[in-house]
Unconditional design. Structure first.
Length: 586
């Protein structure tokens, strides 16, 4: 091979691998002991360390592993070009995550080059997603990664000159105006803005932001590393690398972003939070900006808050019919607490805004305290939390109770004080909506217990807990059907009553220009709704475990996140790969 640098090609079988190499006489016991000692300190793969130490060549290691695993060893540099129709069988995200690449398709058998041919989970996923029989060959990990970058176009390539050339070619598309609410930057802002709108740094920054808006990204990541600057967009919940300017422009780009968000450009030691309000040729967009000092500079993450894409209809955000019926029944309760749970970026705010929009009537006083106010809804009193001046969730909620509210929404219950005030509001005749960070709906009760909320208060006030995730939807422009054995889906939790035929037709996206070759376009919610019944209240009073609460909720008909996602797969809305990425096994 042309590349003489050590390349990782080892499997995760560490000590057993070493013993096999010693037994075969490839390395000595002393060499194995030396390498295992280094592995304990570094955590690196044993095969990679053996190659790095010079005890074995990579070619010898790959050939040895191939013999032990009963597969062939393949040098990817010798196979020529891989046809695009074969590459489309495996999504880029899976290829990157599992370090594999498809190379051949013959007689319904797809041959995959892998760094770890014993990764049975990846093989099972591939069989389900593609509908083909899978044959594996072993190849160098670095060669596979090079092929992934080459064929799937995953590495950022554009230089500063290319970015500026693109900017000049589409001047109207990248034009961005900053809407200033208050000037707080003083002389620094005046000095940089005096350079004019044609300054290269301003053009580069505008291009980064405008491309993110056009790509419908939810987040923009500007990440400094020792020798490079990385730009990534989160599109439909997955990060995608983008063309980035050279490292030497790092500080200037970050300073420009801080100026646009009215932050202190001289402060590089402490985290800062700000906000940008932009006007593009098409619309106005808000961005929430977070700056965090890292080892090689300041990392910037910008959350794109595009109200034009906000869907405020509960019927259109992914609820299953029976789940939606339960949800709509409880959001019209006269009092109590409804909790929406899930990690950051799981669509909790969209569900809450859609709910408040549904309940927003002239005879109802709705008040919210948020951090930040992401979208403004006419007819709802929305308050921005300001912890720096004492306006916390707890303080705002306490003041709300003197404002004659009917419905109150608290951005997040973060501590016992906020939880207790929310409970008091529910006990005195108010309907309270809020969010928590938990993995599923039954865990919500455990989380409240951990905060110090007494079980009798939980059972008296909480009327429903909803766990939520966002799942990517197959691109309608490049969708294609395929069949799999129904037994394959039984392993994932599909009921035998749901599909009685021997084969089931699923769908996947081939990848096209409209979906940036990902096979997905857009997202929808999946929801797990836990109703507070008498059986649940009894278990909570007994301080039952999360698993016991889950078993009880399943008995009373709750659909889990995995079950809902599986329904979307069978309905050809999303893919098996996406279901496995987003949901955990029940």
């Amino acid at each position: 091979m042309a590349d003489s640098s050590p390349r990782s090609a080892s499997l995760g079988i560490s000590k057993r691998l070493g013993e096999m190499l010693v037994e075969s006489g490839v390395i000595t016991p002393e060499q194995l002991a030396d390498t295992l000692e280094i592995q304990k300190k570094t955590g690196a793969k044993l095969g990679a360390l053996l190659v790095e130490k010079g005890y074995i060549s990579e070619e010898m290691l790959l050939a040895f592993l191939a013999r032990q695993c009963g597969v062939s060893y393949l040098d990817l540099s010798e196979i020529g070009e891989i046809p695009s129709e074969i590459l489309q069988c495996v999504p880029p995200s899976l290829a990157q995550h599992q370090t594999l690449i498809p190379i051949r398709l013959q007689n319904n058998t797809l041959t995959i080059a892998m760094a770890d041919p014993l990764n049975v989970f990846a093989l099972d996923d591939l069989k389900l997603m593609t509908g083909y029989e899978i044959k594996t060959v072993i190849a160098s990990e670095s060669e596979i990664r090079k092929s992934i970058e080459k064929y799937y176009n995953t590495s950022p390539k554009a230089s500063l000159d290319e970015i500026l050339k693109e900017t000049a070619a589409s001047e109207t598309d990248t034009q961005i105006d900053v809407i200033k609410e208050e000037a707080q930057g003083g002389a620094d802002i005046i000095a940089l803005e005096a350079e004019g709108e044609d300054a290269p740094i301003i053009k580069i920054t505008n291009l980064i932001l405008s491309n993110a808006i056009k790509a419908k990204a939810s987040d923009i990541h500007v990440e400094p590393y020792e020798k490079s600057l990385r730009i990534r967009y989160r599109i439909d919940g997955v990060l995608h690398a983008q063309p980035a300017p050279p490292k030497k422009f790092q500080n200037a780009v970050i300073s420009r972003i801080k100026i646009m968000s009215q932050l202190d450009i001289a402060e590089k030691r402490l985290p800062q939070d700000g906000r940008i309000k932009l006007r593009t040729a098409q619309k106005e967009v808000d961005m929430r900006v977070s700056v965090l000092p890292c080892a090689f500079g300041e990392k910037v993450v910008m959350r794109v808050l595009d109200s034009s894409g906000l869907r405020l209809d509960l019927n259109c955000i992914g609820f299953e019919p029976e789940t939606l019926a339960v949800y709509q029944k409880h959001i019209r309760a006269p009092h109590g607490i409804i909790l929406i749970t899930g990690p950051t970026g799981s669509g909790k705010s969209t569900t809450l805004y859609s709910t408040l929009f549904t309940l927003n009537q002239p005879d109802t006083n709705i008040m919210t305290i948020e951090d930040p106010v992401e979208y403004v809804i006419e007819g709802i009193n929305q308050v921005q939390a300001r912890p720096d001046i004492g306006l916390t969730f707890a303080a705002g909620l306490r003041s709300f109770l003197r404002q004659d509210p009917d419905i109150v929404m608290v951005g997040e219950i973060r501590d016992k004080e906020t939880a207790e005030i929310a409970i008091n509001a529910a006990l005195t005749g108010h309907l309270v909506f809020s969010t928590l960070h938990t993995n599923d709906a039954p865990s919500t009760i455990t989380r409240l217990n951990n905060m110090g909320v007494e079980p009798f208060l939980t059972t008296s006030t909480v009327i429903m807990a909803v766990a939520q995730r966002l799942i990517r939807v197959i691109c309608k422009n490049c969708v294609e059907p395929y069949e799999v054995e129904t037994e394959q889906l039984w392993k994932l939790g599909l009921s035998k009553d749901q599909v009685k035929s021997k084969k089931v037709q699923l769908a996947r996206g081939r990848g096209c220009d409209q979906c940036a070759q990902t096979g997905y376009r857009g997202r929808m919610g999946i929801h797990e709704v836990l109703e507070m019944t008498e059986e649940m209240r009894k278990l909570i009073m007994e301080r039952a475990t999360t698993s016991a609460l889950k078993e009880a909720s399943l008995r009373q008909g709750m659909l889990t996140l995995r079950q809902v996602a599986l329904r979307k797969v069978v309905a050809q809305v999303t893919t098996v790969e996406e279901m496995l990425r987003v949901t955990a096994e029940d």
